[in-house]
Design a protein around this ligand. Structure first.
Ligand code: ADP
Ligand code: MG
Length: 254
């Protein structure tokens, strides 16, 4: 297991590059995420934030670079990654999307139970027990038999978070989890995420919610044009940015 003076590394991505149609979008981005750390990813639209976190669980295959999970090499761009390893990685690194991606024809409880049964091969009873416990944790137990269309955006996103947690991931990646939700419904989602972070979950969150990032993230990384402009303590970088580009961006949002 890889340790740094400050603790164990949960995820290490080194020199991640990605091109689409011959155009390089990520120019070699590296980050070391400690176990239990929460890193906010900030930056203008089109800077490569989604592409970067999608690379971290191989929804996009990096053209260059390596990914380690708890000291184990799980991806190296110079080798072909077998489909089996991709599936194994996706089990260990969960993802929560802006658009929730719940099954419309299934209830909240079924949405949370399904992957446990298919991916982890849990028994129906075990999957349902775990789902109920997680839906309780995100404040939705009383809505567990509703379908997504009967839930608000904020409630649907909390179901999606419960579904991700149900697979016991080592890291969860969030891509603008509150961007598609009405402002008054965001607070409950952010509260659940803050509790998760405080509970020791290792997380990376792409967000434009600067106040949330200051409060709930340990570090922030700022991407611009596919480059890592700065990484450091979230409160410091986002409260009084020394970098002019970050300052302008943060001021425009608040
Ligand atoms: P962000 O999440 O910071 O807004 P993205 O990672 O979505 O940025 O996109 C970065 C750049 O990569 C954009 O110019 C976008 O158009 C391009 N891009 C992202 N995904 C694809 C794709 N699948 N095919 C082609 N271009 C893409
Ligand atoms: Mg994006």
């Amino acid at each position: 297991m890889t340790t740094t003076p400050e603790g164990t590394l949960a995820l290490s991505a080194q020199q991640i590059r990605k091109s689409f149609g011959g155009k390089e979008i990520l120019h070699g981005i590296s980050v070391d995420v400690k176990k239990g750390e929460h890193i906010a990813i900030i930056g203008p639209s089109g800077s490569g934030k989604s592409t970067f976190i999608r690379c971290l669980n191989l929804l996009e295959t990096p053209d260059h670079g390596t990914i380690d999970l708890h000291g184990e090499r799980v991806f190296d761009a110079v080798e072909k990654t077998p489909a089996k390893s991709v599936r194994a990685l996706r089990k260990r690194v969960g993802m929560v999307f802006q658009s929730f991606n719940l099954f419309a024809t299934h209830t909240a409880l079924e949405n949370v139970s399904l992957a446990q049964r298919l991916v982890l091969e849990r028994s129906k009873t075990d999957a349902v027990d775990r789902s109920e416990e997680l839906l309780e944790r995100v404040g939705l137990k009383k809505h567990m038999h509703k379908h997504p269309s009967q839930l608000s955006g904020g409630q649907q996103q909390r179901v999606a978070i419960a579904r991700s947690l149900a697979l016991d991931p080592e890291v969860i990646l969030f891509d603008e989890p509150t961007s598609a939700i009405d402002p008054e419904m965001r607070v409950e989602v952010l509260r659940v995420m803050k509790e998760l972070a405080e509970g020791g979950m290792t997380m990376m969150t792409v967000t434009h919610e600067i106040e949330f990032a200051k409060e709930a993230a340990d570090r922030a990384m700022f991407l611009a044009d596919g480059e890592l402009l700065e990484i450091g303590p979230a409160a410091e970088i986002l409260t009084d940015p020394s970098n002019e580009r970050i300052r302008r961006f943060v001021n425009a949002l608040s």
